[in-house]
Design a protein. Structure first.
Ligand SMILES: Nc1ncnc2c1ncn2[C@@H]1O[C@H](COP(=O)(O)OP(=O)(O)OP(=O)(O)O)[C@@H](O)[C@H]1O
Ligand SMILES: [Mg+2]
Length: 346
Protein backbone atom coordinates (compact mmCIF):
# COMPACT_ATOMS: atom_id res chain seq x y z
CA UNK A 1 0.00 0.00 0.00
CA UNK A 2 1.30 3.46 -0.83
CA UNK A 3 1.03 6.32 1.62
CA UNK A 4 1.21 10.00 0.96
CA UNK A 5 2.68 12.35 3.48
CA UNK A 6 0.35 15.27 3.81
CA UNK A 7 1.59 18.25 5.80
CA UNK A 8 0.11 21.53 6.92
CA UNK A 9 2.26 23.37 4.39
CA UNK A 10 0.61 21.72 1.40
CA UNK A 11 -1.94 24.01 -0.22
CA UNK A 12 -5.54 22.73 -0.16
CA UNK A 13 -7.02 21.24 -3.32
CA UNK A 14 -3.83 19.67 -4.69
CA UNK A 15 -5.09 16.95 -6.95
CA UNK A 16 -1.74 15.15 -6.74
CA UNK A 17 -2.79 13.94 -3.30
CA UNK A 18 -5.52 11.86 -4.84
CA UNK A 19 -3.25 10.17 -7.36
CA UNK A 20 -0.72 8.97 -4.84
CA UNK A 21 2.04 11.20 -6.23
CA UNK A 22 4.74 12.03 -3.68
CA UNK A 23 4.53 15.52 -2.22
CA UNK A 24 7.26 17.70 -0.69
CA UNK A 25 8.17 16.56 2.84
CA UNK A 26 6.04 18.50 5.32
CA UNK A 27 7.46 20.70 8.06
CA UNK A 28 6.35 20.07 11.65
CA UNK A 29 3.32 17.88 12.16
CA UNK A 30 2.50 15.09 9.76
CA UNK A 31 -0.68 13.43 8.78
CA UNK A 32 -0.65 10.27 6.76
CA UNK A 33 -3.40 9.74 4.31
CA UNK A 34 -4.23 6.53 2.53
CA UNK A 35 -5.14 7.10 -1.16
CA UNK A 36 -7.51 4.18 -0.73
CA UNK A 37 -9.87 6.66 0.93
CA UNK A 38 -10.79 7.89 -2.56
CA UNK A 39 -13.20 6.81 -3.74
CA UNK A 40 -15.00 5.83 -0.59
CA UNK A 41 -15.27 2.08 0.05
CA UNK A 42 -18.65 0.63 -0.69
CA UNK A 43 -18.45 -2.35 1.69
CA UNK A 44 -19.76 -0.99 4.93
CA UNK A 45 -17.89 -2.34 7.94
CA UNK A 46 -19.50 -3.91 10.97
CA UNK A 47 -18.34 -2.91 14.46
CA UNK A 48 -14.70 -3.74 15.08
CA UNK A 49 -13.41 -6.29 17.60
CA UNK A 50 -10.09 -6.59 19.50
CA UNK A 51 -7.67 -8.86 17.60
CA UNK A 52 -8.66 -7.42 14.20
CA UNK A 53 -6.39 -5.28 12.03
CA UNK A 54 -7.52 -1.89 10.74
CA UNK A 55 -6.21 -1.05 7.27
CA UNK A 56 -3.84 -4.03 7.53
CA UNK A 57 -1.67 -1.99 9.88
CA UNK A 58 -3.21 -1.30 13.28
CA UNK A 59 -3.78 -4.32 15.53
CA UNK A 60 -6.68 -3.57 17.85
CA UNK A 61 -5.89 -4.59 21.45
CA UNK A 62 -8.90 -3.49 23.49
CA UNK A 63 -11.87 -1.20 23.22
CA UNK A 64 -11.44 1.93 25.37
CA UNK A 65 -14.77 3.57 24.80
CA UNK A 66 -17.59 4.53 22.46
CA UNK A 67 -19.00 7.91 21.59
CA UNK A 68 -21.30 9.50 19.07
CA UNK A 69 -18.64 9.31 16.34
CA UNK A 70 -17.69 5.65 16.79
CA UNK A 71 -15.48 3.24 18.72
CA UNK A 72 -12.07 3.97 20.29
CA UNK A 73 -9.43 1.23 20.68
CA UNK A 74 -5.95 0.90 22.12
CA UNK A 75 -3.91 -0.58 19.28
CA UNK A 76 -0.39 -1.38 18.07
CA UNK A 77 0.86 0.28 14.90
CA UNK A 78 2.59 -2.68 13.24
CA UNK A 79 4.62 -0.35 11.00
CA UNK A 80 6.31 1.47 13.89
CA UNK A 81 5.60 -0.78 16.87
CA UNK A 82 4.21 2.12 18.87
CA UNK A 83 0.98 2.03 20.82
CA UNK A 84 -1.75 4.26 19.44
CA UNK A 85 -5.44 5.00 19.89
CA UNK A 86 -7.64 4.18 16.90
CA UNK A 87 -11.01 5.81 16.52
CA UNK A 88 -13.12 3.83 14.06
CA UNK A 89 -15.86 6.15 12.86
CA UNK A 90 -19.46 5.09 12.56
CA UNK A 91 -20.02 2.65 9.67
CA UNK A 92 -22.93 4.77 8.43
CA UNK A 93 -20.42 7.46 7.38
CA UNK A 94 -18.48 5.18 5.05
CA UNK A 95 -20.73 5.52 2.05
CA UNK A 96 -20.48 9.31 2.23
CA UNK A 97 -17.70 10.50 -0.10
CA UNK A 98 -18.18 14.08 1.09
CA UNK A 99 -17.54 13.00 4.67
CA UNK A 100 -14.13 11.52 3.91
CA UNK A 101 -13.16 14.62 1.92
CA UNK A 102 -14.29 16.90 4.76
CA UNK A 103 -12.41 14.80 7.31
CA UNK A 104 -9.29 15.01 5.19
CA UNK A 105 -9.51 18.80 4.82
CA UNK A 106 -10.21 19.29 8.51
CA UNK A 107 -7.37 16.98 9.58
CA UNK A 108 -4.98 18.98 7.42
CA UNK A 109 -5.99 22.30 8.93
CA UNK A 110 -5.65 20.79 12.42
CA UNK A 111 -2.01 19.98 11.68
CA UNK A 112 -1.41 23.69 12.37
CA UNK A 113 -2.27 23.02 16.04
CA UNK A 114 0.68 20.68 16.53
CA UNK A 115 2.62 21.58 19.68
CA UNK A 116 -0.49 22.73 21.56
CA UNK A 117 -2.51 20.53 23.93
CA UNK A 118 -4.71 19.27 21.13
CA UNK A 119 -4.41 15.48 20.94
CA UNK A 120 -2.02 14.55 18.16
CA UNK A 121 -3.63 12.80 15.19
CA UNK A 122 -1.03 10.68 13.40
CA UNK A 123 -3.05 9.39 10.49
CA UNK A 124 -6.44 8.78 9.09
CA UNK A 125 -7.70 6.78 6.21
CA UNK A 126 -10.07 4.09 5.09
CA UNK A 127 -9.62 0.34 5.41
CA UNK A 128 -9.30 -1.06 1.89
CA UNK A 129 -10.93 -4.32 2.91
CA UNK A 130 -14.08 -3.22 4.67
CA UNK A 131 -14.27 0.56 4.10
CA UNK A 132 -13.94 1.52 7.81
CA UNK A 133 -12.90 5.17 8.21
CA UNK A 134 -10.44 5.61 11.08
CA UNK A 135 -8.15 8.06 12.85
CA UNK A 136 -4.88 7.00 14.53
CA UNK A 137 -3.83 9.28 17.37
CA UNK A 138 -1.65 9.40 20.45
CA UNK A 139 -2.77 6.96 23.12
CA UNK A 140 -3.50 8.92 26.27
CA UNK A 141 -3.30 7.45 29.79
CA UNK A 142 -5.57 8.85 32.45
CA UNK A 143 -9.24 9.78 32.39
CA UNK A 144 -11.56 12.26 30.73
CA UNK A 145 -12.74 15.29 32.69
CA UNK A 146 -16.20 13.80 32.39
CA UNK A 147 -15.10 10.61 34.18
CA UNK A 148 -13.29 12.62 36.87
CA UNK A 149 -16.32 14.84 37.53
CA UNK A 150 -18.81 11.97 37.55
CA UNK A 151 -16.71 10.10 40.11
CA UNK A 152 -16.43 13.16 42.36
CA UNK A 153 -20.12 14.02 42.04
CA UNK A 154 -21.03 10.46 43.05
CA UNK A 155 -19.62 11.32 46.49
CA UNK A 156 -21.04 14.85 46.44
CA UNK A 157 -17.53 16.19 45.95
CA UNK A 158 -15.96 18.67 43.48
CA UNK A 159 -12.67 19.66 41.97
CA UNK A 160 -11.06 22.60 43.73
CA UNK A 161 -11.21 25.92 41.88
CA UNK A 162 -7.40 25.90 41.76
CA UNK A 163 -7.32 22.44 40.13
CA UNK A 164 -9.93 23.59 37.58
CA UNK A 165 -7.80 26.62 36.69
CA UNK A 166 -4.71 24.42 36.28
CA UNK A 167 -6.54 21.73 34.25
CA UNK A 168 -8.11 24.23 31.87
CA UNK A 169 -5.05 26.47 31.37
CA UNK A 170 -3.56 24.42 28.47
CA UNK A 171 -7.02 24.01 26.92
CA UNK A 172 -7.52 27.79 26.98
CA UNK A 173 -4.19 28.33 25.22
CA UNK A 174 -4.86 25.61 22.60
CA UNK A 175 -8.32 27.03 21.85
CA UNK A 176 -6.98 30.56 21.58
CA UNK A 177 -4.29 29.41 19.13
CA UNK A 178 -6.95 27.63 17.06
CA UNK A 179 -9.30 30.62 17.12
CA UNK A 180 -6.56 32.93 15.88
CA UNK A 181 -6.17 30.54 12.93
CA UNK A 182 -9.92 30.58 12.32
CA UNK A 183 -10.44 27.02 13.61
CA UNK A 184 -13.38 26.31 15.96
CA UNK A 185 -13.70 23.15 18.08
CA UNK A 186 -17.54 23.08 18.05
CA UNK A 187 -17.97 20.20 20.50
CA UNK A 188 -16.21 21.22 23.69
CA UNK A 189 -17.51 19.24 26.67
CA UNK A 190 -16.06 17.33 29.63
CA UNK A 191 -15.70 14.07 27.68
CA UNK A 192 -13.50 15.81 25.10
CA UNK A 193 -10.99 17.02 27.70
CA UNK A 194 -8.51 14.36 28.81
CA UNK A 195 -6.62 14.58 32.10
CA UNK A 196 -3.32 12.75 31.66
CA UNK A 197 -2.14 10.78 34.73
CA UNK A 198 0.78 12.42 36.57
CA UNK A 199 2.94 9.29 36.00
CA UNK A 200 2.45 9.82 32.24
CA UNK A 201 3.43 13.49 32.38
CA UNK A 202 0.18 15.06 33.61
CA UNK A 203 -1.55 17.98 31.94
CA UNK A 204 -4.72 18.15 29.85
CA UNK A 205 -5.47 17.34 26.23
CA UNK A 206 -8.23 18.51 23.95
CA UNK A 207 -9.88 15.80 21.83
CA UNK A 208 -12.22 15.61 18.83
CA UNK A 209 -11.25 18.99 17.45
CA UNK A 210 -13.39 19.83 14.42
CA UNK A 211 -14.96 16.38 14.24
CA UNK A 212 -18.44 17.83 14.75
CA UNK A 213 -17.90 19.96 11.65
CA UNK A 214 -17.22 17.02 9.36
CA UNK A 215 -19.87 14.74 10.81
CA UNK A 216 -23.16 15.96 9.31
CA UNK A 217 -25.10 13.12 10.86
CA UNK A 218 -23.87 14.11 14.29
CA UNK A 219 -24.85 17.71 13.61
CA UNK A 220 -28.33 16.54 12.67
CA UNK A 221 -28.60 14.46 15.81
CA UNK A 222 -27.50 17.42 17.89
CA UNK A 223 -29.92 19.80 16.19
CA UNK A 224 -32.76 17.43 17.02
CA UNK A 225 -31.28 16.94 20.49
CA UNK A 226 -31.94 13.24 20.29
CA UNK A 227 -28.67 12.38 21.99
CA UNK A 228 -26.41 14.09 24.48
CA UNK A 229 -26.92 17.13 26.64
CA UNK A 230 -27.33 20.63 25.21
CA UNK A 231 -25.79 22.02 28.41
CA UNK A 232 -22.43 22.71 26.75
CA UNK A 233 -23.74 24.09 23.45
CA UNK A 234 -23.98 27.84 22.83
CA UNK A 235 -27.51 29.21 22.33
CA UNK A 236 -26.70 30.60 18.86
CA UNK A 237 -25.57 27.14 17.76
CA UNK A 238 -28.68 25.50 19.18
CA UNK A 239 -30.76 28.04 17.24
CA UNK A 240 -28.81 27.21 14.05
CA UNK A 241 -27.79 30.87 13.77
CA UNK A 242 -24.46 32.00 12.32
CA UNK A 243 -21.69 31.60 14.90
CA UNK A 244 -17.99 32.18 15.46
CA UNK A 245 -15.29 31.09 17.94
CA UNK A 246 -17.41 32.42 20.82
CA UNK A 247 -19.36 29.14 20.78
CA UNK A 248 -16.16 27.56 22.16
CA UNK A 249 -15.85 30.38 24.73
CA UNK A 250 -19.40 29.54 25.88
CA UNK A 251 -18.74 25.78 25.98
CA UNK A 252 -15.57 26.27 28.00
CA UNK A 253 -17.57 28.43 30.43
CA UNK A 254 -20.21 25.70 30.70
CA UNK A 255 -17.56 23.02 31.33
CA UNK A 256 -15.96 25.15 34.08
CA UNK A 257 -19.39 25.91 35.57
CA UNK A 258 -20.13 22.17 35.79
CA UNK A 259 -16.77 21.49 37.46
CA UNK A 260 -17.18 24.32 39.99
CA UNK A 261 -20.86 23.68 40.74
CA UNK A 262 -20.73 19.87 40.81
CA UNK A 263 -23.67 19.84 38.42
CA UNK A 264 -24.40 21.04 34.89
CA UNK A 265 -25.74 24.53 34.21
CA UNK A 266 -29.32 23.23 33.99
CA UNK A 267 -29.56 19.77 35.55
CA UNK A 268 -32.31 17.53 34.23
CA UNK A 269 -32.98 14.29 32.43
CA UNK A 270 -35.09 15.68 29.61
CA UNK A 271 -32.83 17.18 26.89
CA UNK A 272 -35.65 19.23 25.36
CA UNK A 273 -36.39 20.95 28.68
CA UNK A 274 -32.68 21.58 29.23
CA UNK A 275 -32.45 23.02 25.71
CA UNK A 276 -35.28 25.47 26.38
CA UNK A 277 -33.62 26.59 29.60
CA UNK A 278 -30.25 27.09 27.84
CA UNK A 279 -32.04 29.26 25.27
CA UNK A 280 -34.14 31.35 27.67
CA UNK A 281 -33.43 31.07 31.40
CA UNK A 282 -31.36 33.53 33.40
CA UNK A 283 -28.02 32.02 34.38
CA UNK A 284 -28.01 30.66 37.96
CA UNK A 285 -26.01 32.14 40.81
CA UNK A 286 -23.02 29.89 41.37
CA UNK A 287 -22.48 31.22 44.91
CA UNK A 288 -25.78 29.54 45.94
CA UNK A 289 -23.96 26.24 45.39
CA UNK A 290 -20.49 27.52 46.25
CA UNK A 291 -20.72 30.10 49.05
CA UNK A 292 -16.96 29.78 49.54
CA UNK A 293 -16.39 31.52 46.18
CA UNK A 294 -16.33 35.30 45.79
CA UNK A 295 -19.55 36.95 44.44
CA UNK A 296 -17.33 37.97 41.51
CA UNK A 297 -17.81 34.43 40.23
CA UNK A 298 -21.52 35.17 39.64
CA UNK A 299 -20.57 38.04 37.34
CA UNK A 300 -18.14 35.68 35.65
CA UNK A 301 -20.97 33.18 34.97
CA UNK A 302 -23.15 35.91 33.43
CA UNK A 303 -20.36 36.95 31.07
CA UNK A 304 -19.06 33.46 30.24
CA UNK A 305 -22.52 32.05 29.54
CA UNK A 306 -24.24 35.13 28.09
CA UNK A 307 -27.10 34.30 25.74
CA UNK A 308 -25.98 37.02 23.36
CA UNK A 309 -22.40 36.36 22.15
CA UNK A 310 -21.69 40.10 22.05
CA UNK A 311 -21.99 40.20 25.88
CA UNK A 312 -19.72 37.19 26.26
CA UNK A 313 -15.97 37.11 26.97
CA UNK A 314 -14.21 37.89 23.71
CA UNK A 315 -11.80 34.99 23.87
CA UNK A 316 -10.76 32.06 26.05
CA UNK A 317 -7.85 33.86 27.81
CA UNK A 318 -10.16 36.67 29.01
CA UNK A 319 -12.65 34.07 30.26
CA UNK A 320 -9.90 32.22 32.18
CA UNK A 321 -8.35 35.46 33.50
CA UNK A 322 -11.80 36.58 34.70
CA UNK A 323 -12.16 33.32 36.59
CA UNK A 324 -8.65 33.61 38.02
CA UNK A 325 -9.44 37.08 39.42
CA UNK A 326 -12.70 35.78 40.94
CA UNK A 327 -11.05 32.70 42.50
CA UNK A 328 -8.26 34.82 43.99
CA UNK A 329 -10.94 36.73 45.96
CA UNK A 330 -12.59 33.61 47.43
CA UNK A 331 -12.60 32.32 51.01
CA UNK A 332 -10.99 28.92 50.50
CA UNK A 333 -7.50 27.37 50.04
CA UNK A 334 -7.80 27.81 46.25
CA UNK A 335 -7.83 31.59 46.68
CA UNK A 336 -4.38 31.52 48.25
CA UNK A 337 -2.91 29.00 45.77
CA UNK A 338 -4.41 30.87 42.77
CA UNK A 339 -2.35 33.93 43.69
CA UNK A 340 0.66 32.11 42.26
CA UNK A 341 -1.01 31.66 38.83
CA UNK A 342 -0.32 34.25 36.15
CA UNK A 343 -2.99 35.58 33.76
CA UNK A 344 -2.84 34.11 30.25
CA UNK A 345 -1.83 36.53 27.52
CA UNK A 346 -4.39 36.87 24.73
N1 LIG B 1 -6.56 9.34 22.16
C1 LIG B 1 -7.16 8.68 23.14
N2 LIG B 1 -6.44 8.04 24.08
C2 LIG B 1 -7.05 7.37 25.09
N3 LIG B 1 -8.38 7.29 25.25
C3 LIG B 1 -9.17 7.92 24.34
C4 LIG B 1 -8.61 8.64 23.25
N4 LIG B 1 -9.64 9.17 22.53
C5 LIG B 1 -10.77 8.78 23.15
N5 LIG B 1 -10.49 8.03 24.24
C6 LIG B 1 -11.46 7.41 25.16
O1 LIG B 1 -12.54 6.91 24.41
C7 LIG B 1 -13.77 7.35 24.96
C8 LIG B 1 -14.76 7.60 23.83
O2 LIG B 1 -14.36 8.76 23.15
P1 LIG B 1 -15.29 9.45 22.09
O3 LIG B 1 -14.66 10.72 21.67
O4 LIG B 1 -15.57 8.45 21.02
O5 LIG B 1 -16.64 9.68 22.87
P2 LIG B 1 -17.16 10.89 23.74
O6 LIG B 1 -16.13 11.98 23.81
O7 LIG B 1 -17.63 10.33 25.04
O8 LIG B 1 -18.38 11.41 22.95
P3 LIG B 1 -18.36 12.19 21.54
O9 LIG B 1 -18.31 11.15 20.49
O10 LIG B 1 -19.62 12.94 21.53
O11 LIG B 1 -17.12 13.04 21.52
C9 LIG B 1 -13.43 8.60 25.76
O12 LIG B 1 -14.27 8.74 26.84
C10 LIG B 1 -12.01 8.37 26.18
O13 LIG B 1 -12.00 7.76 27.45
MG1 LIG C 1 -14.98 12.66 22.23
Amino acid sequence: MRWNEVGADVAPGQEALLTGERLPAPQGPRLFFSPAAFPCGKNLAALKQPGEFVDGRYLLEREIGRGSHGQVFAAIDSASGRRVAIKVLNPSLEGDDQFVQRLWREARSLAALWGTSVVEVYAFGQDQEDGAVYMAMELLQGETLSERLEELELFDSRMSAYDILVATQPIVIALNTAHKLGIIHRDLKPSNIFLVSPEFGGGSRLMDFGLAKVDDQLALTRAGVVAGSPNYMAPEMLRSEPFDHRIDVYSLGAVIYRALAGQPLFPGENPTQVLLRVLKDPRPRLTDLRPDLSPLVDDWVQEALALDPSYRYLDTPSLWNGLLAAVQRGRNPSAYRARFLEPIEG
